[in-house]
Write a protein that binds this ligand. Structure first.
Ligand code: N01
Length: 539
């Protein structure tokens, strides 16, 4: 073992892992609001997290720009100008770089520094962190701000190493981009990422072959440049917009209808779906209140979407494959798109069903399924992530008595509020499993967690306390609540969903995010804090 170098002689108050939306704000709160000595360690060579890595063609946020940003600074809100309804990756990355500069965060961010291990030293009540290059740092509090979708999942398909062309995972896209001109491209995966990438790749590739395992729903995003009147309206109404995002289930700037899909006439229902389709975006699933809890209600959305796709896609066989859904609408994260289904009408695009004829291997010349071989120059893996637990478990995190996080989560993640793990004192997990996180517009979930953590640390400091740790019985109760909340919805019915860990072979099947809604979750967390951090041991 290489002896580790101690970089800072003195322990810090807090170490934060990750410089994306979460880590930047957490640093600001701890350093600038609480006056703590805090530092961020970031594996990438720049800030931005998800938006640093995900540079694939068509990468854009599915949340609307005026809600996909921080709310903590009114000045920042007024200064920053979004250009499109849904911000594109480079624009979000510019925004996060602006935030890092505007709040002078960079001086406490160490880039190019991947955390390899973290060990809790009980006697000293310190976290000792080792980086991949062997540096060593210590801190009282360790806060993971590593994102939920930051560990690329490249399926282990035999023969990949023999492929003579180039291959890329969307979440680790080359900064210089990829030139698809004159190339035969194969894309595996039709999740939110794949659905964004297909139309853009098809626009320049010689031929694009899309390998679909599970048919996916999508609704038009209706992206467009923002006009001056809308930008003005947003700036004049930010307080009201934030009130809505904090009061709704998903943290988006729209409310979910209180109508049932089953209590209106078929004509009214059709008209309401048509309106929602024309409006576009994630708001489609808010057309009726019961789409995610009542299968019969959900079926009405499925029928509507199937009819729309069949009307767009000219080849009936392709349309049939694209509508062969195996799960209720929005029980996997619903994508939104720009001309996704329309792209299958192009002569240079082919859809291949790898559900009935699975991929058998990658050959030097392309992809071989059970039925055929597809010659390719480039393979794009839009195959998602080892979600939520992946980014945490790839670090060797050890708590009290050397207990590894891997051991503690052997049967799936177990947290209290998604914020702490029993046996891991003073470790906080921003948007950890068991919190609404990925079911919510992320900046809303992130701000709530970062603020709760900062308030908690201030509470400890003000009372001369050194340590906070989730009690095992509180974890037990919370895990039961997370399961109950999931079972009250249709979400667990999507058998191959990454919410369940089902996309990664061997991963425990546990429904990871909390489905009880962001607003309700916020009130639970506030209540816990108000009752003196109920369920936590403070010493
Ligand atoms: O990943 P996914 P994603 N053989 O896991 C297929 C967020 N996001 O990167 O469904 C063949 O959803 C897999 O098939 P199946 C958002 O939260 C946000 O698209 O498992 N196919 C599926 O089609 C989203 O949900 C935004 O049968 C294989 C696809 O690959 C999350 O990121 C934009 C396969 C993976 O879909 C993840 O989305 C994009 C195999 N061996 C994403 N392995 C914005 O808001 C996997 N697949 C900007």
């Amino acid at each position: 073992m290489t002896p580790s170098k101690r970089v800072d002689g003195d322990a810090l108050d807090a170490l934060i892992i990750g410089a994306g939306f979460s880590g930047l704000y957490q640093l600001y709160l701890l350093r600038d609001r609480l006056g703590l000595k805090a530092q961020v360690l970031e594996a990438a060579d720049g800030v931005g997290g998800t938006w640093y890595w995900n540079r694939y063609p068509g990468a854009r946020c599915d949340s609307e720009s005026h809600s996909y940003c921080y709310s903590f600074s009114k000045e920042l809100q007024q200064e920053w100008e979004w250009t499109e309804r849904y911000p594109e990756q480079p624009e979000i990355l510019r925004y996060l770089n602006h935030v890092a500069d505007r709040f002078d965060l960079r001086r406490d961010i160490r880039l190019g520094t991947r955390v390899a291990a973290a060990r809790y030293d009980e006697a000293g009540n310190l976290w000792h962190v080792t980086t991949a290059s062997g540096d060593h740092l210590s801190a009282r509090f360790l806060i993971t701000a590593v994102g939920c979708l930051s560990t690329a999942n490249v399926p282990k398909i035999p023969g990949l190493e023999s492929f003579a062309g180039s291959w890329y995972h969307t979440g680790e896209w080359p900064h210089e981009g990829v030139d698809f001109r004159g190339k035969r491209v194969g894309q595996i995966g039709t999740g939110s990422t794949g659905i964004q990438a297909v139309p853009v790749i098809a626009a320049t590739a010689q031929h694009l072959t899309v390998f679909q395992r599970t048919a996916n729903y999508s609704v038009p995003a209706r992206n467009a440049p923002l006009d001056a009147a809308f930008k003005r309206w947003v700036k004049d109404n930010y307080d009201a917009i934030r009130d809505v995002t904090r009061a709704t289930t998903n943290g988006h700037p729209f409310t979910i209808s209180d109508r049932s899909a089953l209590e209106v006439t078929p004509e009214e229902r059709q008209a309401l779906y048509e309106q929602a389709w024309e409006k576009g975006g994630l708001q489609f699933r808010a057309t009726f209140r019961d789409l995610l809890v009542d299968k019969a209600a959900n079926d009405t959305a499925v029928d509507f979407l199937k009819a729309k796709i069949r009307a767009i896609v000219k080849d009936p066989k392709t349309a049939a494959l694209l509508t062969a859904f195996d799960h209720p609408y929005a029980t996997k994260r619903p994508p939104i798109d720009t001309d996704y289904f329309e792209t299958y009408n192009r002569d240079n695009v082919t859809l291949v069903d790898v559900r009935t004829a699975p991929i058998e291997r990658i050959t030097p010349g392309g992809i071989r399924t059970r039925d055929a071989e597809y010659p390719l120059d480039i393979i794009v893996f839009a195959t998602g992530f080892d979600a939520m637990t992946g980014p945490l478990l790839r670090m060797d995190i050890r708590g009290r008595g050397g207990l590894t996080l891997q051991e503690a989560w052997d049967a799936g993640p177990r947290t209290y509020l998604g914020l702490q793990v029993a046996g891991f004192p003073n470790l906080f997990t921003v948007t950890g499993p068991g919190s609404p996180s990925v079911l919510c517009n992320m900046p809303v979930a992130i701000e709530q967690h970062a603020e709760w953590i900062a308030d908690c640390i201030a509470h400890l400091r003000d009372r001369g306390l050194q340590r906070i740790e989730a009690k095992p019985e509180a974890v037990e109760r919370w895990v039961a609540q997370v399961n109950e909340a999931a079972d009250a919805t249709l979400l667990p019915q999507a058998a191959s969903s990454w919410y369940l860990g089902a996309n990664v072979p061997g991963k425990p099947r546990v429904f990871m995010p909390y489905t009880g809604g962001m607003a309700h979750y916020r009130s639970i967390c506030d209540g816990v804090a108000a009752r003196g951090y109920e369920g936590f041991a403070l010493t």
